[in-house]
Design a protein around this ligand. Structure first.
Ligand code: SF4
Length: 225
């Protein structure tokens, strides 16, 4: 069942990626169909990873920045807004440091993650469980479909897992402060804004974050984002 879901998802991603010459209106219509398919996905439930699927993401075509996190926090409401809690406040502060206005996170950014459903708490009880490589693979066609249809110019990859997805498996300290490419998008790795991460407790890592936000500021000015 899991392999079948994966094959179906890959076929879906291939279909949306193969025709990038469609109009903006067509892209939005196809994105909405893709988002409906994500909302209906139960692949990780069928594979026994999570008890229920409640995919969380938000956005539309025309948003030139995509924020890709690890997985959503727990939400109980019907139409949850990603990054509406403490992580969102930190992320808004970082975007302000990069010269963006207060509302940029929820107005200018397509918000999504490697896996779209809350993975449950970690065994240690501190923070959420990191999704497994298998869960990331199951959800990959959804993310690649979003990227293919939204066509972001800039992807902000939050944390080690998201940065690894785009850039390869390297320590975050070797990635934050630099930019990379994924297709036509510029990828800017950032630490995860969750208060659970201790990465930013190291002064040298704070300096890397400052460098990453200065880089993002330069990209913003150059592209008029
Ligand atoms: S995390 Fe992704 S692949 Fe897994 S059930 Fe949710 S939407 Fe489907």
């Amino acid at each position: 069942m899991g392999a079948e879901n994966e094959r179906t998802g890959e076929a879906m991603a291939h279909r949306v990626a193969e025709d990038l010459r469609i109009t903006v209106e067509d892209r939005q219509r196809r994105l909405e169909a893709h988002q409906a398919a994500i909302r209906a996905c139960t692949a990780c439930v069928a594979a026994g990873f999570i008890p229920e699927s409640r995919p969380v993401f938000r956005g539309h075509t025309g948003q030139r920045i995509m924020v890709v996190g690890q997985a959503p926090a727990e939400h109980r409401e019907e139409n949850p807004i990603p990054y509406s809690g403490a992580s969102g406040r930190t992320l808004r502060r970082w975007l302000a440091q990069a010269g963006f206005p207060e509302d940029a996170l929820h107005e200018r950014c397509y918000l999504t993650s490697l896996t779209k459903c809350f993975p449950g708490p970690s065994r240690s009880g501190k923070g959420d469980r990191a999704p497994s490589a298998r869960e990331i693979a199951l959800c990959r066609p959804h993310l690649e479909g979003e990227i293919a249809l939204v066509q972001p110019e800039v992807i902000l990859a939050l944390g080690r897992l998201a940065s690894t997805y785009f850039v390869g498996n390297r320590p975050l300290a070797q990635l934050v402060g630099q930019s990379f490419t994924h297709g036509t998008a510029v990828v800017v790795p950032l630490p995860h804004p969750s208060g659970v991460s201790h990465w930013l407790n190291v002064p040298a890592h704070r300096a890397l974050l400052d460098r990453a936000l200065a880089l993002l500021d330069a990209i913003r000015r150059e592209r008029g984002l």
